[in-house]
Design a protein around this ligand. Structure first.
Ligand SMILES: [Zn+2]
Length: 197
């Protein structure tokens, strides 16, 4: 598995790039939409899952409000169904907030959306202002995760700021991204330019 893989609106995932081994990290008890024949297990690629569980346990042992997984691996079929669902509801508008099938990072099994239990209440309405989210964004690199769609990088990532969406890239790359303040797209471009020289 290439933990540094880029999947975005310009780069679709190929069948051979789909995760080989997925592990359940929890159950989705608050699905926004669920379709027939879908599991309520939240799945991640096995190494990404190990690191996520470690991060979540460490985080939850030192915070009153808890971090929980909200959405992990997504099949291409689910992405198709999601797009259709929102297209039927909102028309063309749907394309502005639902990634087309094969261009969602959630297909890699390396991306995770998180939610919080604040004062005992489930909330997925994350603004990025929450103390817990600020903490998580500053320590996640220690577990190989990055905030994938930061504020002010919309033109580069193609996504608006998503304070809840984290991506496993491995320890080394996560540290470099954290220290440089660059996005995954920018740092990979840098590597490519270095290779050419
Ligand atoms: Zn996401």
């Amino acid at each position: 598995m290439d933990y540094e893989i880029i999947i975005n609106k310009n780069k679709c995932i190929k069948n051979e790039e789909l995760p080989k081994k997925l592990v359940a990290i929890g159950k989705n008890e608050h699905p926004t939409i669920s379709f027939e024949n879908e599991t309520d297990d939240i799945l991640l690629e096995e190494t990404a899952a190990l690191f996520f569980i470690k991060m979540m346990n460490d985080f939850n042992s030192s915070h009153i409000n808890k971090l929980i997984p909200d959405s992990g691996y997504r099949t291409i079929e689910r992405q198709k169904r999601l797009l259709k669902y929102y297209y039927d509801r909102d028309g063309e508008e749907a394309f502005s907030y639902v990634a087309p099938p094969r261009s969602s990072e959630h297909h890699t099994g390396l991306a995770i959306d998180i939610a919080l239990i604040i004062n005992g209440k489930y909330t997925d309405d994350i603004t990025g202002e929450e103390e817990e989210i600020i903490d998580l964004q500053s320590i996640c690199y220690k577990y190989g995760y990055i905030l994938r769609y930061p504020k002010g990088k919309e033109e580069i990532t193609g996504y608006k700021y998503e304070p809840w969406h984290f991506r496993f890239v491995g320890l080394n790359l996560a540290k470099r991204i954290h220290e440089s303040g660059l996005t995954l797209e920018e740092i990979k471009q840098l590597k490519y330019v270095k290779k050419l020289k």
